[in-house]
Design a binder for this molecule. Structure first.
Ligand SMILES: Cc1ncc(C[n+]2csc(CCOP(=O)(O)OP(=O)(O)O)c2C)c(N)n1
Ligand SMILES: [Mg+2]
Length: 644
């Protein structure tokens, strides 16, 4: 909104008889907008956007902004030890709280250190704002000290990147950046601000609204598409919900629960959607994909209808694309139209917010296809329940050392579903996704799309700041932990008492697993020497102690519970538990990269039996519906004497 116009000119037009209310010019100027430096405008804008926490690390070109940041009592600045840590902390803060995460860095290397986190947030649709200092505008393009074209570098890995060269543009750009990051499909936005824009002055004019004429995310789904989706759901014999991270970002968990329960349709939650639907719910089949559960993977392969909500048919879910869910029609709802049909052709495309889509699907089913809501889908459920019973998640115990799956399931059992769990990337991440019981959204943070080693400790730190009353666990690998563990110093000094469980298999375990399976056990450069019967460099307990943390090593299953209980009892400093696990433990089930999901192995060399009775039961779901004279499958509506 434009600044309130000065009344100074009007006084000259007053009739002579009007009382003279002479106003000294100095006071008159005070009625206009306050003049601030660009740096002050950054801090004021963040305050007005209700940003309460910023993770960052200063340097020359952002120094002007650190000065007013020192003064504000509305924003807590947390000084990290590496800018990547600031980026992941902002992500963890955002993913655990649902609010915008903010990080700040200087130009050049400070800014480039943020890129991994920006790319990570972009892949996983995390609402994040990164502010970077930039060299003075007169020096741009001269290879000035610590000049890096961060806007150019980040454009492909952000939702948007802005360069600001004038103080007066700062409030407007930050309002726009906030709006872009938090609406539609959320994502990271970078705002690069030159040093002269920070030191220059301008009237602080706060726009009431973002000025983004071309940006209008579609939230409300089209009624015709919803009608068509509801019709397909009412007719399908073997439907499955394919739930992605979009359901968590849009806070659509209640709508999902209502629709799933009303329709009795099974639910599969992707790696990004763990917690969107309670694990304990009987309609839940688990996680799909490369390390998904047999029931979830098989449900997709045997389905006649996939109802994909806020999911993106990632290759780790589909396996070999042309053999994925071969008999299924597809309803695909996403807030980002670019996702729809990107990897898999769809039969019904719905652009809209997951919460609205799910709510409207249920309303439509209730009003137009009420009989379909009474269906038990017995043959389908008989088939799926048999899979659940026959192929539960499990693991072989290795005897001497801790079993990684046991450690993680005990952390979950003793800590409970109200906690937040952040994982690194690798075997421990997959075991965490499999063996933690997720009952609520925003309780599982991980790097799903980019697969960023080093995500866990700083993300847990950010989550703990955003959700201080929750217990926050970082479930980390010995490899990942060595990438970002310096943020333990940040945690210790800023009273951020996270708990870290290192699943220490002394190796880059996931890579080693592939070497075992696909490279004949030739372990090229995956041995880290951090674990059992090695030189243990570094010794994680000593390292953690050096960072002011409580630290404990656990070598055997029987000591696991006591260590977790101890960690749970300490809340005045971070705790690091170093769990010694064998390097040969592997993640199962597994669908090898690029292979059909039909080839899923329950354990090494063990393929589930789909032929015979179970298969027949799935197929008999079709028989139940019968066929029309022309050979097409009869619809439920036809069978039930419904609408058609
Ligand atoms: C930054 C980065 N570098 C390399 C990789 C490739 N990578 C994926 S998992 C993995 C091993 C991770 O080791 P660790 O943290 O010990 O976890 P583990 O698999 O042993 O549980 C590697 C190297 C990656 N994902 N990210
Ligand atoms: Mg490891």
């Amino acid at each position: 909104m434009a600044a309130k116009p000065s009344t100074a000119k009007d006084t000259g037009t007053q009739p002579a008889s009007a009382p003279v209310t002479a106003t000294p010019s100095s006071i008159r100027r005070n009625t206009g907008p306050e003049v601030l430096t660009g740096a002050q405008a950054i801090v004021r804008s963040l305050e007005k956007l209700e940003v309460d926490t910023v993770f960052g690390l200063p340097g020359g070109t952002i120094l002007p902004t650190y000065d007013p940041l020192f003064e504000t009592d509305k924003i807590r600045h947390i000084l990290v030890r590496h800018e990547q840590g600031a980026g992941h902390a902002a992500e963890g803060y955002a993913a655990a709280s649902g609010k915008l995460g903010v990080c700040i860095a200087t130009s050049g290397p400070g800014a480039t250190n943020l890129i991994t986190a920006l790319a990570d947030a972009n892949m996983d649709s995390v609402p994040m704002l990164a502010i970077t200092g930039q060299q003075a505008s007169s020096l741009l393009g001269t290879d000035a000290f610590q000049e890096a074209d961060i806007v150019g570098m980040t454009m492909p890995v952000t939702k948007h990147s802005f360069l600001v060269t004038r103080a007066e543009d700062i409030p407007g750009v930050l309002v726009n950046a906030h709006h872009i990051a938090t609406t539609g499909r959320p994502g990271p936005v970078l705002v690069d601000i030159t040093k002269d824009a920070q030191t220059g002055t301008a009237p602080f004019v706060w726009p009431e609204e973002p000025a983004l004429p071309g940006y209008r995310p579609i939230l409300k789904p089209h009624a015709k598409q919803i009608r068509e989706a509801a019709r397909m759901m009412s007719e399908a014999q073997r439907p499955v919900f394919y739930i992605g991270g979009g359901v968590i970002r849009s806070e659509a968990e209640k709508e999902l629960l209502r629709l799933a329960e009303a329709t009795n349709i099974p639910v599969v939650t992707t790696l990004m959607a763990r917690g969107a639907f309670p694990d304990s719910h009987q309609l839940h089949l688990g996680m799909p994909g490369m390390h998904g559960s047999v029931p979830a993977v098989t449900a997709f392969q045997k389905a006649d209808l996939l109802i994909a909500i806020g999911a993106r048919f990632d290759d780790r879910v589909t396996g070999k694309l042309d053999s994925f869910a071969p008999n299924a029609q597809v309803i695909h709802a996403d807030i980002d139209p670019a996702e729809i049909g990107k990897n898999r052709e769809v039969d019904v495309a719905i652009v809209g917010d997951a919460r609205e889509v799910l709510a409207e699907m249920l309303a439509e089913m209730r009003s137009k296809f009420p009989k379909a809501l009474e269906r038990q889908r017995e043959p389908w459920w008989r088939f799926l329940n048999r899979l659940k019973e026959t192929y539960p998640l499990g693991y072989e115990t290795h005897g001497e050392l801790c079993d990684p799956q046991y450690v993680i399931s005990r952390i979950s059992a003793l800590t409970g579903p109200e906690a937040v769990y952040a994982a690194g990337v690798g075997q421990h991440q997959m075991w965490a996704a499999q063996f933690i019981d997720f009952e609520r959204p925003k309780s599982w943070l991980n790097s799903g799309g980019l697969g960023t080693m080093g995500y866990s400790v700083p993300a847990a730190m950010g989550a703990k700041v955003g959700q201080p009353d929750r217990v926050v666990w970082a479930i980390d690998g010995d490899g990942c932990f060595q990438m970002t563990n310096q943020e333990l110093a940040t945690c210790a000094l800023n009273n951020i008492p996270i708990k870290v469980a290192i699943i220490n298999n002394s190796s880059l375990g996931m890579v080693r697993q592939w070497q075992t399976l696909f490279y004949d056990g030739r372990y090229s450069n995956t041995d880290l020497n951090t674990g059992h019967e090695t030189i243990r460099i570094p010794d994680f307990t000593k390292l953690a102690e050096a960072y002011g943390c409580e630290a404990l090593r656990v070598d055997r299953n029987e000591d696991v519970d006591a260590a977790i209980e101890k960690a749970l009892s300490i809340n005045d400093r971070p705790v690091v538990l170093d769990f010694t696990v064998p390097p040969d433990a592997m993640v199962w089930p597994m669908v090898a990269a690029g292979v059909s999901n039909d080839e899923i192995e329950y354990a090494r060399g063990i393929r589930p039996e789909f032929d015979g009775e179970g298969e027949e039961e799935a197929e008999s779901a079709i028989a139940e519906a019968g066929t029309n004279e022309d050979g097409t499958v009869r619809s439920v509506a036809q069978i039930e004497g419904g609408l058609e």
